[in-house]
Design a binder for this molecule. Structure first.
Ligand code: FAD
Length: 414
């Protein structure tokens, strides 16, 4: 038994893995439990951005301005499957409440507080685990092909500058000089030099998994189907497996965490924003930087495996089949901005962003079972915020005051 105690972590996505490595560095023994291969779910195929320079929540007056147009197109950047419309209604009502200017300002402050530490926390984790070789510090281009959209993007860039983030507005020609494979329709945008991305988010998970194992951590394969607590421990029941007694438990089950919290008596309005992409090994074009096309709701991410083209938000729950026509629609939109794109072959993927209506994660001690710490709901920023979440979780377990005020991420904030 380690001096600081044994921590069980339910979920070996990027959040669980980063948390495990950080806890080990602070002297804990760790056991990760996952029904799937570590990193193989939402953390596998994301766009790979360490998007710490993003401070705007999805829940904003802006999204409600764009939503009606987007929702008219079933393959557009935002869609709700008709069969899921009733199920997502309570979430949407909270989302609406979180979009009010005063609520949005609170979300911005809370995202900015987490994101300010995101890259420094990754640097610390990379240093202590010697896994930093995948980071690319090339910045990102925010690109628009309609002059009106450039004008509408300016308040967002100002918001970033207000948080100390460098944003350089550029003309279409200046953007094409940086990335010549962007086409003539690009009207303008901005360069955000601080943004970073990884060459492969799944490989990053594999790197951390190896470190956790090499430092004596255990990784168990199994599905947790029940949680109960008594005075001494939390009991985890595995399907077809033994009961595990945990002195400390971190719940990092991504989009599947709602049921786990419910087992402990806590109702968390977690749902999923499904996202799609395609990774094209030979796209016929080349980009150095991460490129965001907010007007179209997708990004271009140059990673080791090729060009990853993806994004979109689909509300359809955790069990509906993917709608791969969405990927074809993404490619068609990408061709408007990247005329030389060849995307006939590639790996298509769908992932489940774990999302709360206010665009903030839950990083919080459980109110009903204090030996449980929640670390889920990172939505569009799970890779970005994984390392800093690991540090905050480790602080909570050690009973140490965390570096930032955790009230905005509390489990009972709704
Ligand atoms: C298209 C797309 C693009 C994205 N791009 C970015 C980006 O550029 N930058 C960024 O920061 N974020 C991005 N994200 C978001 C990011 O991928 C997620 O926020 C992040 O992967 C969530 O990590 P996680 O560890 O919480 O969840 P997961 O990776 O889903 O891990 C949760 C794990 O818990 C396990 N689990 C759940 N329940 C149980 C149970 N009962 N028993 C056993 N195991 C269980 C699952 O098997 C899973 O392995 C993107 C997401 C999508 C979909």
């Amino acid at each position: 038994m380690s001096a600081r105690g044994h921590v069980h972590i339910l979920g070996a996505g990027i959040v669980g893995l980063a948390t495990a490595a950080t806890l080990q560095a602070r002297g804990h023994e760790v056991t990760l439990i996952d029904r799937a291969e570590p990193g193989s779910q939402t953390s596998r195929g994301n766009a790979s951005g360490i998007a710490w320079t993003d401070v705007a929540p999805l829940a904003s007056p802006d999204v409600w301005r764009k939503a009606p147009g987007w929702l008219l197109d079933p393959l557009g950047p935002l869609s709700i499957r008709p069969a899921y419309a009733l199920s997502i209604l309570p979430w949407m009502l909270r989302f609406l409440a979180a979009s009010r200017p005063s609520a949005m300002r609170r979300s911005v402050a809370a995202i900015a507080a987490l994101n300010a530490e995101a890259l420094p926390a990754w640097e610390r984790l990379w240093t202590q685990t010697q896994t930093g070789g995948r980071a690319r510090h090339e910045g990102c281009l925010d690109v628009f092909d309609k002059p009106g959209e450039v004008a509408r993007a300016r308040p967002g860039w100002q918001l970033q500058r207000d948080h100390g983030i460098e944003v350089r507005e550029l003309s279409g020609d200046e953007i094409r000089a940086m990335e010549p494979d962007l086409g003539p329709t690009v009207a303008g945008g901005a360069f955000i030099p601080g943004w970073a991305h990884l060459d492969d988010p799944f490989a990053m998970c594999g790197d951390l998994e190896r470190v956790v194992r090499a430092r004596g951590g255990t990784i168990l394969r199994g599905e947790v189907v029940g949680l109960t607590a008594n005075a001494d421990a939390v009991q985890l029941s595995l399907r077809d497996g033994p009961l595990i007694a945990a002195e400390h438990l971190v719940i990092a089950g991504g989009a599947w965490s709602r049921r786990l919290a419910a087992a402990l008596g806590e109702d968390v309005p977690l749902d999923t924003e499904r996202g799609y992409n395609i990774t094209v090994p030979k796209p016929g074009v080349s980009f150095r930087r991460f490129i965001m096309l907010a007007g179209y709701g997708f990004v271009l991410s140059p990673i080791a495996a090729g060009l990853r083209i993806g994004g979109a938000v689909e509300f359809a729950g955790l069990t509906a089949e993917p709608n791969w026509a969405r990927v074809d629609a993404l490619v068609a939109r990408a061709r408007r901005v990247v005329p030389g794109l060849k995307a006939e072959t590639g790996e298509r993927w769908m992932g489940f962003r774990p999302s709360l209506p206010d665009s903030l994660p839950v990083i919080s001690r459980s109110r009903t079972v204090p030996r449980v710490v929640y670390a889920f709901g990172h939505a569009h920023h799970g890779l970005t915020q994984a390392a800093t979440t690991g540090e905050l979780v480790a602080d909570l377990i050690a009973g140490r005051a965390p570096g930032i005020d955790l009230a905005p991420y509390a489990v009972d904030r709704f």
